[in-house]
Structures are given as structure tokens and as C-alpha cells.
Design a protein around this ligand. Sequence first.
Ligand SMILES: Cc1cc2nc3c(=O)[nH]c(=O)nc-3n(C[C@H](O)[C@H](O)[C@H](O)COP(=O)(O)OP(=O)(O)OC[C@H]3O[C@@H](n4cnc5c(N)ncnc54)[C@H](O)[C@@H]3O)c2cc1C
Length: 394
Amino acid sequence: MAERSHLDWPFFEERHRALARDLDAWAAKNIHPRYEEDLDQECRQLVRQLGEAGWLKYAIGGKAYGALSDTIDTRAICLIRETLARHSGLADFAFAMQGLGSGAITLFGTDAQKSSYLPRVSDGSLVAAFALSEPDAGSDAAALRCEARRDGDAYVLNGEKTWISNGGIADFYVVFARTGEEPGPRGITAFIVEPATEGFEIAERIEAIAPHPMARIEFRNCRIPSSQRLGEPAQGFKVAMATLDVFRSSVAAAALGFARRALDEALRRATSRKMFGQTLSDFQLTQAKLASMATGIDAAALLTYRAAWLRDQGCRVTVEAAMAKMTATETAQQVIDAAVQIFGALGVVSDQTIERLYREIRPLRIYEGATEVQQLIIARGILSAFQESEGSRG
Ligand SMILES: Cc1cc2nc3c(=O)[nH]c(=O)nc-3n(C[C@H](O)[C@H](O)[C@H](O)COP(=O)(O)OP(=O)(O)OC[C@H]3O[C@@H](n4cnc5c(N)ncnc54)[C@H](O)[C@@H]3O)c2cc1C
């Protein structure tokens, strides 16, 4: 049987197939999978490289501001994340954060805000960050407490944000703060904050199992001009959710990239490791593992690209993206764990490909909505569809 790639699936157009092939060739030549000593430096360098090579044009929307298209092409960002994740978790991170950190500007920014930030996000000269989470507001983001008090033609920010990716190296942060119009999600507004602003402080750098720049940030009487408000007052929660919605399927795609790399590595090892007078892949127990790894990856990829394709057709994909994110991240964790097992002791040696993948995949089951949150979103969606159809039957 001729080898068939997922790129042959009908979800894609020819330009997507070309994009995936070109990026794969570029990444093989330009991306080095090992972290340098200085992580901040390496991350900035990756953003610059991705910008100079033109890949970040996909992370933003608006041709007038340096994007390839006016709206973000979901299938393209998924293919880019899947491909980069196969080569390097940090390269995937650098791409993803440029998109997530500037997504709210693409979606809700004024012309002046878009002109001032998006072209430089796209050429890799500005590093972006998205600051929603707080110590007491993670999954329950609407419980955030950081406040922005109106004072003349400015807002005064007080409070803190944590787990902020690119914290410490970002040139701007999209920050969500309580402006108090109403309690809960209806009293939050978004702002673009630059770290040179007085009262902005990186309070703590955080080291995670899959290293990337991350920090806790404090705001003390940090004065933000009203021109830096992003979207309408009290619409900040909508701004945050809409931004996360664009990128949710792409988290699934990154998980696929990690899983595919683990399967490739496992196949190579299983077909070369000699034991008991045979090769590891000759044993049916190994074949069962490889079969579930490959099947899990294809099932997760079908859900991921279904969600991405539907979104590109203009459909709401709340349930489909949640199914994709949950399935792809959970499956990738199992695939990578099986690969560690196939590698034996070699699978747990620090900083080797398989061990790195084992660490890279773990946070994806937590951020941008933990698996349990995705389960609730899916259940809510199917329950309300069921109740609607029952109601219409009378
Ligand atoms: C690597 C990494 C990068 C991140 N980058 C950013 C960033 O750039 N910007 C940003 O704003 N935030 C970022 N975050 C934060 C991330 O969004 C939060 O970690 C996430 O929302 C979960 O919040 P929490 O960690 O406070 O966990 P909690 O909200 O305390 O949840 C803990 C656990 O409770 C379970 N749970 C949650 N809800 C339910 C429920 N309804 N029912 C049952 N169980 C439930 C889940 O298993 C969850 O993992 C990042 C996190 C990580 C790990």
C-alpha cells in the first residue's frame, strides 16, 4: 500500500499541503531541537527567525498589517503548530504565543493599535504575551481580581497575573482587568500594556518542566492611557474567550506534532533494538502498542482538522474544538508514554528527544482549558442541542 499522509485528507487545500511541506523542510534546516543555555535569548531568536522566514504572517489577521489573509486561517496555524512541534517544542511555543498574544489585537484592535503592533509581531521584532490567569483565577478566569480604575483619560492598574508565557521577554502584554461595571465576566476590560510602563514589574520568573519564559507580574498604580484599551469597556471577557477560541484547535495540533514525533522515534527504536534473538518490533505486544499509537494519532488528527476546517467555513466550533483539544492532548500523552516504554532506560535519559516530549506534552492538558473544562464544554453543548431538539418537537 502506498503511504498516505494526513495531508491528503479533504480538509486541506493545495496551499495547506504546500505550506506543511515547505515549513517541514525549513524547520529541518533551521530549527535546532536543543535548548541553548539562555532560554530567553533562544526564544527571542526563534521569534525573529520565524518572522524573517515569513511564518508569523499566519499568526495574525489583516493583510494591511502584514498578514497573509484578513482572517486567521485555522488550518494553516494548526499545520504550522503540528509541524513545528514535531521539530521543537520551543519553536511551536514561539509561534503560538505570537498568535495568542496578538490575537485580541487582530480581533478587536483599533486601526492605530493594529498598525502599531501587528506588523512587528509578524516580522518577529516584537514579542507578544497574553495575561489572563491569576493565582486565584485559572480555570475560573472570570474570578480575576486585577483591577483597572478609570482616572481621567487613563486607567490605573493594580494586581497580579501569573503563569504568563513570555513573561520577562515580551514587548507587550494583553492584560485583562476588572473595571467593575458588573460582577463576574461582565465587569472585565482588556488593555495593551508595555513593560516599560511605571508600576509594571516582573515579580518572579517561573521555571516549568518544559522550559519556556514564564513569569508572575505585578501592577502597582500602573497608568495605562485609554488609547491602550482593547475593545469596549466591560467586553474584556468576550475578548479573552474569542481569542482563545481562535487558537484552541491549534493546541490540539501541537499535541499531534509531539505524538507523531514520538511514534516516529518509537518505530525507529522498535525496528532496530535486538532482544531475545529477535527485534523488538517482532513481538506482538510491541505491535499492539504501535497500532494503538498510530490509531490514536489519526483519530485525534481527524477531530483536530474537522474543527479547523469547520472554523474556516465560518462555523462556531465550541464543541468540536473542545473535543479536539481534549482528545489530542490526552492521546498524545498516552502515545508519548508508550514511546518511553519502548525506549526502556533510554526513554528516561534527561534531555533526549523522548524524555523531552514526555515533559513537553504535560502542560497542554492544563492550559487554555484543562481536560475537565473541555469535558464540561462538550457536555453543555450536547445537552443544550438535545434540549433544543426536544423543545422543537413540542
Ligand atoms: C505552561 C503553561 C503556560 C501558561 N501560559 C499562560 C499564559 O500565557 N497566560 C495566561 O493567562 N495563563 C497561562 N497559563 C495558565 C493556565 O491558563 C492555567 O494554568 C489554567 O487555566 C488552569 O488554571 P490553574 O492552573 O489555576 O488550575 P485550577 O484552575 O486550580 O485547576 C486545577 C485543576 O482542576 C481541575 N478542574 C478545573 N475545572 C474543573 C471543574 N469544573 N470540575 C472538575 N475539575 C476541574 C483541572 O484538572 C485543573 O487542572 C499557563 C499555564 C501553563 C501550565
